[in-house]
Design a protein around this ligand. Sequence first.
Ligand code: BYC
Ligand code: FE
Ligand code: FE
Length: 474
Amino acid sequence: MGINYAEKIPNNVDLSDNRTLQRALERWQPQYQAWWRKLGPEGLMDNDVYLRTATSVDAKGWASYGMVKMPDYRWGIFLAEPVADRRIGFGDHRGEPAWQEVPGEHRATLRRLIVTQGDTEPASVEQQRRLGLCCPSLYDLRNLLQVNVEEGRHLWAMVYLLHAHFGRDGREEAEELLERHSGDPDKPRILGTFNEPIDDWLSFFCFTFFTDRDGKFQLMSLAESGFDPLSRTCRFMLTEEAHHMFVGDTGIGRIIKRTAEVIAELGTDDTVRLRDHGVIDLPLLQRYVNFWFSSSLDLFGNDISTNAANYFANGIKGRPDEGRFEDHDCANALYGVERPAADGKGLETEDVPLRNAMNAVTRSAYIKDCEIGVKRWNRLLRRAGIDAEITLPSPRFRRTIGPWAGLHFDPVGKAMTAAEWNGRHDEFLPSEGDRAYVTSLMRRVVDPGKIAGWIAPPDRGVNAQPLDYEYVRL
Ligand code: BYC
Ligand code: FE
Ligand code: FE
């Protein structure tokens, strides 16, 4: 399936065969461009950046690298190849042909899911817009900008679905996706995490590790959808998502490596001494992990959810890797969900209909995936001879969605009173002092091959380029 670069909007959906749709998207394009210039990466619109651009969806040709000024980036619309005779894989419509058009009765639901997904993409670009001003290296700057242009493309992916399948409502939603803004008190982004500031690179690496990974699991669930255009869009987005998580995983890994070096040099892990030497002490890293992990757990929605049950019953949203499960109907199965005990003390497990627990099922797969990365970080520490570990906090810790919302738990999941919490939360979450210290480290390093003192260099450059390659021409 080729891509027609003569067109204003690169695509593999035969856009030129549908003039009305093409014109509608060409009207949205300048609004997108204006949004990108205003709320995209600050101070970097006129620089050449070494970026990968999707040019086709097949295995070998989907990424081509070259120097591009970001406003000239070729944001396109790409769907993964169709699967011949694809059938709905789960729920009450299992075995029926997948839908190429939106079924009338599921229109509102699908629109809401697509808008929610779409809303996160520009939100993350807005959250990250000032990070270029304090990057630790040109290599990292380039990776940030790669993530940003791809999140921009993910917005295009959802806007295409809205324009192509939801008529006037869809066009209005597409405009509103550019009108809500991260952290805006009047028109915030839809989901909590996407209104949190990301002003330092430790937060950025935590976000790409934990929050982009929610993206991975949500996209996997939507890739199972009976609405085939949504499924195909999400399947292609997932190929890009892998790089975002790589950035977070290796970013934190390199911070740990650098801290371990300084601990070895000084022969102590004393926090004050480590901070004197300009590195990120492990308890500080742990508090950032606690913050972003707990925030990202909320993104899976309620543990017990009639929305989730309806999505599943109706073939709209499945489980990640639905094919791995044996039972694709789930109408008669139960799933144990933890919740506060009825007597107000401790917790109990309630067996609920599995369809209602799909958010909890997806969340637990997500937690397992996070654990794999954390194990890798801890291996780095062990190899450096350091007797400390990074851990994921309990799923009860600092939740605002689900059965634990509004209650207080420490990171190992032990209940606390509100008064105890108020006295101790600085032990668990970044304090003002922590944030001020991290901010003090954020000085821009942009000489090719140079790197800030709080992070180790990467193992290799991008696309076989050397580490001192000029990834961004400033
Ligand atoms: N903050 O029945 P429930 C990504 C709302 S990340 C605020 O449990 P459901 C990316 C919920 O909307 C992936 N509100 O909900 C990453 C509902 O509202 P209404 C993004 C929240 O529907 C990094 C109400 O609470 N994609 O791509 O089962 C960079 C009842 O909840 C939150 C998706 O999320 C929250 N955290 O589950 C760039 C996929 N959580 O209807 C990009 C699409 C829940 O009562 N979205 N609520 O007004 C969905 O599948 C579902 O909407 C959710 C919620 C999983 C989010
Ligand atoms: Fe995305
Ligand atoms: Fe992402």
